[in-house]
Write a protein of this length. Sequence first.
Length: 139
Amino acid sequence: MQRLLVDSGFFFALFNARDRNHVDANEKQEWLEIFSVTIPWPILYETINTRHTRRPHWIARLESIVRSPDTELIDDIPYRLDAFDDVIERGKTQRNAMSLTDAVLHSILADPKIRVDAMLTYNHRDFYAICSSKGVELL
């Protein structure tokens, strides 16, 4: 089964009807059942924010995705320091700035021990280069 890395922007769009990508996310929701899903812990930290926790139906939907037998949670500990250093270095020159979560995702995508076949994100610009170099399809 193919492995799908899911970014928090997809979850924001899926749960929030006012998000500009909501319709698209609903159409792509079936991919969460077709693919084996990979979710790094930083994605859960971003997704389960205060606004999210005030909506029990959002929590229930996310729980069903996370607890699915085909979902793998990726521990970010091996990637934290390199991601932090990358963000700090990029921030010093203001070139190609990215969030710490995105830097962790880059590190995971670069890790040859982690198999990712496709990535579900609405932030194609920040992931195009790494996905292209690793043969990961951006969805």
